[in-house]
Design a binder for this molecule. Structure first.
Ligand SMILES: Cc1cc2nc3c(=O)[nH]c(=O)nc-3n(C[C@H](O)[C@H](O)[C@H](O)COP(=O)(O)OP(=O)(O)OC[C@H]3O[C@@H](n4cnc5c(N)ncnc54)[C@H](O)[C@@H]3O)c2cc1C
Length: 616
């Protein structure tokens, strides 16, 4: 009786930490956490700033060259036992592993249901970066994305070239995927379908077929379709890039990983305009380390532009406002693109099939995970994804304009414990619309706009490097973004109306959002109002240090990722995307890290990368 009783997930965290520490790491895991160097050298051949999705890959690949010394500077610490558990992904936000950024309010335009009209923008502050906070969904995007990058004047970034890098990283664990030309085994990054799922996942695929979509590997020959989620999960645990790319090579003698070391600027000689090294703060002390060859910024789409601006690379007017001498006048921070959608689109069913707190936050479920790495805790929450075409998109192009994330739960499923907090929802809003659902069986779809026309920007708040950047997402500045998303919402409701879901009595939750009651429920105007209220980013900012040829006035880095106007400095992370990829970006960012490593090797005369050096 005691074991079957409901408990709070927060209350179970100590149990999980003790259990996992005991059963997994100390005795079972051959790839332990990194050890920091006893002393930091004065100079390294390469300094990589940020050990996230791209930076972890680059530190690994550059240190394959045995006579190169590589320093990885990471502002955060290492992962915890909690961040390891897929089902606890939401519990890492708002902790020390998160930079805890927020958007600047835009009254009447977006994020209106959030406290202070501010959407939270979590970012990983930890080795592995945002791949430690993310929902582990593995999506590469569309072939068209990469072909378009090449067409924009970036040779070598077309899909066939990028596919090589997707394959290079990957270790797929589902045999039916491994046998195709689009997947590979033996790479550092484990990809697999979740080892656990609800019966509703199959209903989701069946609904897709009723709507005329195939159930297919959306990372394969075509993207349009419905799929059970492929995830960056290894044996039921999160496979972050820290775990995938750094831990296996942590004993390499030519790789130093410095944690809790926050870079504050790149040191650039104002006369030669050459990057000389990096200034960083560790243990409250400002220190300097020199780069013999290059500095690579992989601090993510918010902090890479911030670091460039702090170092004198940015729009001259903006740098002038903060009295920062200009080294290179470039549109740093512009072109910010993100995937935005409607949050809280919730459906109710009659059958006890959804993930509810009372059924799944139990000690037996926790013990199943600790002992066998199985069960509901091994599941990230997103059971299925789909890529669909609204009436604004030609299906023949195979470049869907809307993505669905399917969840067999809703923001009410945790009884208000965590999700409402990480979304920064106003209490009145949550209590009016979602609290009444706390005892119900609920599922949801997150319809997401894949190629927004509206772009935002990131700027400095201050020249003080410890201040967060100013984030202006500028969602819905173009009406077409609203129109496409409204169509996407109506298509998501069609999933609920399918026979596959009707057999469970599925229906749209019908308490209108308070700020939109003046519109007829379910009208286009109502949904257009809803997206400005319950604006839901799934945290994919990109494009803020855009890659492009010298003729591109928006470009910050060239097609070899070198910052214009400076030598010895590259950017390699989500910020270099000229246009956002058509889907969750983590896989694309890892491929950027792989390609950046090869570009650097080529430019320094290591044209053919040697085979990976053995650990140690
Ligand atoms: C909550 C959440 C859910 C997501 N879900 C998914 C998903 O399911 N699937 C998917 O594909 N994508 C998802 N994403 C997006 C994806 O994880 C990111 O796009 C990707 O991780 C970005 O990689 P990056 O290398 O550009 O930046 P990051 O991975 O954020 O890495 C940047 C690194 O730089 C470090 N850093 C920053 N500033 C400094 C400094 N000054 N000094 C030293 N170090 C610094 C950071 O601490 C961090 O480790 C999600 C993101 C979030 C936040």
């Amino acid at each position: 009786m005691v074991f079957a009783s409901m408990t709070s997930l927060l209350g179970m965290i100590p149990l999980l930490a003790i259990g996992m520490n005991y059963y997994r790491y100390q005795y079972a895991d051959p790839e332990n956490k990194v050890l920091e160097p006893q002393y930091v050298k004065r100079q390294y051949d390469f300094i990589v700033v940020g050990g996230g999705s791209a930076g972890a890959v680059i530190a690994n690949r550059l240190s394959e060259v045995r006579n190169w010394s590589v320093l990885l500077l990471e502002a955060g610490g290492d992962e915890t036992e909690i961040s390891d558990v897929p089902a606890l992904a939401g519990y890492i936000q708002l902790t020390d592993l998160d930079w805890k950024y927020q958007t600047i309010p835009a009254p009447g335009k977006y994020c209106q249901a959030m406290k202070g009209d501010r959407c939270n923008w979590p970012r990983g502050k930890v080795l592995g970066g945002s791949s430690v906070l993310n929902a582990m969904v593995y999506v590469r995007g569309s072939k068209n994305d990469y072909n378009k990058w090449a067409e924009l004047g970036n040779p070598g970034w077309d899909y066939p070239n990028m596919l090589k890098y997707f394959l290079k990283s990957e270790d797929v664990r589902n045999p039916y995927l491994a046998s195709t030309n689009y997947h590979e085994t033996g790479g550092y990054l484990t990809v697999q379908e979740s080892p656990w799922r609800t019966p509703l996942s199959i209903a989701f695929l069946q609904a897709g077929m009723e709507m005329g979509y195939e159930n297919r590997d959306i990372n394969g020959a075509k993207q349009t379709g419905f799929m059970l989620t492929q995830s960056t999960i290894r044996r039921g645990s999160r496979c972050s890039t820290g775990k995938a790319f750094i831990r296996p090579v942590r004993l390499r003698k030519n790789l130093d990983v410095l944690l809790h070391a926050e870079a504050t600027r790149v040191l650039i000689d104002p006369k030669t305009k050459r990057a000389m090294g990096v200034e960083y703060i560790k243990n409250g002390r400002t220190q300097v380390v020199q780069a013999r060859n290059e500095v690579v910024l992989s601090a993510g789409a918010l902090n890479s532009p911030k670091l460039l601006m702090l170092s004198g690379i940015g729009l001259a007017d903006h740098l002038g406002e903060h009295n920062i001498p200009v080294i290179s006048d470039l549109p740093v921070g512009n072109n910010m693109q993100d995937h935005v959608g409607l949050g809280g689109l919730t459906f109710v069913i009659d059958a006890p099939l959804t993930v509810t707190r009372s059924r799944f936050q139990t000690i037996p479920v926790a013990m199943e995970y600790i002992m066998r790495e199985r069960g509901p805790m091994s599941f990230s929450g997103v059971e299925g994804v789909a890529f669909v075409n609204t009436k604004y998109q030609d299906p023949a192009e195979d470049w869907p304009d809307i993505q669905f994330h399917f969840l067999p739960s809703s923001i009410a499923s945790d009884a208000g414990e965590q999700i409402r907090k990480i979304l920064n929802l106003r209490d009145g809003f949550y209590n009016t619309v979602y609290k009444p659902l706390q005892q119900s069986e609920t599922w949801s779809i997150l319809p997401l706009l894949l190629r927004p026309k509206s772009t935002g920007f990131v700027r400095l708040n201050s020249r003080n490097p410890t201040q967060p950047p100013k984030i202006i997402p500028n969602y819905f500045a173009h009406q077409i973004d609203v129109d496409v998303l409204v169509e996407g919402i109506k298509m998501a409701i069609n999933v609920s109306n399918s026979q596959a879901f009707q057999r469970f009595g599925s229906r749209l939750h019908n308490i209108p959002l308070p700020g939109c009651r003046h519109h007829q429920f379910e009208s286009d105007e109502y949904w257009a109002c809803c997206i400005k209220q319950f604006t839901f980013t799934i945290y994919h900012p990109s494009g803020t240090c855009r890659m492009g040829p010298a003729s591109d006035p928006m470009a910050v880095v060239d097609p070899r990722l070198r910052v214009y106007g400076v030598t010895g400095l590259r950017v390699a992370d989500a910020s270099i995307m000229p246009t956002i990829v058509n889907g969750n970006p983590n896989a694309g960012v890892i491929a950027i890290g792989e390609k950046a490593s090869d570009l650097i090797k080529e430019d320094w005369g290591m044209r053919r990368a040697p085979p990976p050096a053995a650990a140690g």
